[in-house]
Ligand binder design. Sequence first.
Ligand code: NAD
Length: 283
Amino acid sequence: MTIIIDGKEISKKILAEIKAETKLLYDKYEVKPGLAVIIVGEDPASKIYVKKKRQTCESLGFYSESYDLDENISEKELLNLISDLNNEPSIHGILVQLPLPKHLNEKKILEFIDYEKDVDAFHPINQANLFSGEPSILPCTPFGIIELLKRYEIKIEGKHAVIIGRSNIVGKPLSLMLLKENATVTICHSKTNNLSYFTKQADILISAVGKPEFIKADMVKENSVIIDVGINRLDTGKLVGDIDFENVKDKTYAITPVPGGVGPMTISMLMKNTLITCKKLSF
Ligand code: NAD
């Protein structure tokens, strides 16, 4: 029987653990994890993500600050706000929702966030720490994937993990995290020749591409573990991953569904990062 990895359930458990620890922190030291969420402009998808992040903060007993900024805000104004938040002791995490409007230099803005409050782990110092094998803050989606594997007691050490996708937010950092867990790691991407030659060797296959159902049953190894990061909306409105779930699932040992797999983990790990930075900055 294939294990359907329930990201929703694990995510709920993680949030309950964070909530309990948050209460303890407050009862004992009167410290509350504080997250500032900044959104610029009116992108509807970003607004939904930000709303969810704010609601989750509230449900956990975090302190949160919200900044809904005008589309035309200048770079200087945004940097001034980040500077204030960098210096604000009640704020332990600063999140700038991406994408930003074109006139703002995304790289410059993300690098301006105090790396110790960089709960998305996009700052070069946090990337470098991950590269050197001593990470302090981990990027949320890969962090969630590792957590899912661990909570399902899926052995990583010695396994061949094949990642499809080399983005800075998923594929690249995940490859380093899997290396740290002693997997043998292969990264595939849009220029990889003969993709299925690699995917068929994967004990753990992770797809982060963004193409609906493009990993077919004949591309995966019998009894492998499949993690589907892709989120694709079909014309019918249905949400699907990168994996042809219905046809692949019976061949696998374990697989994540979309929705309800990796997706819910990302926000939980953001909250976990805020709790971690809070403890680091407060004690
Ligand atoms: P991206 O667009 O930055 O990168 C896509 C990657 O796929 C690239 O590295 C590219 O080389 C590779 N690729 C494209 N076509 C390919 C092909 N035919 N064969 C092999 N590789 C190919 O993507 P991203 O930001 O990493 O996101 C990837 C997907 O994951 C998207 O669907 C996104 O919505 C989803 N995502 C989900 C979460 C989550 O929380 N579940 C988080 C981040 C991203």
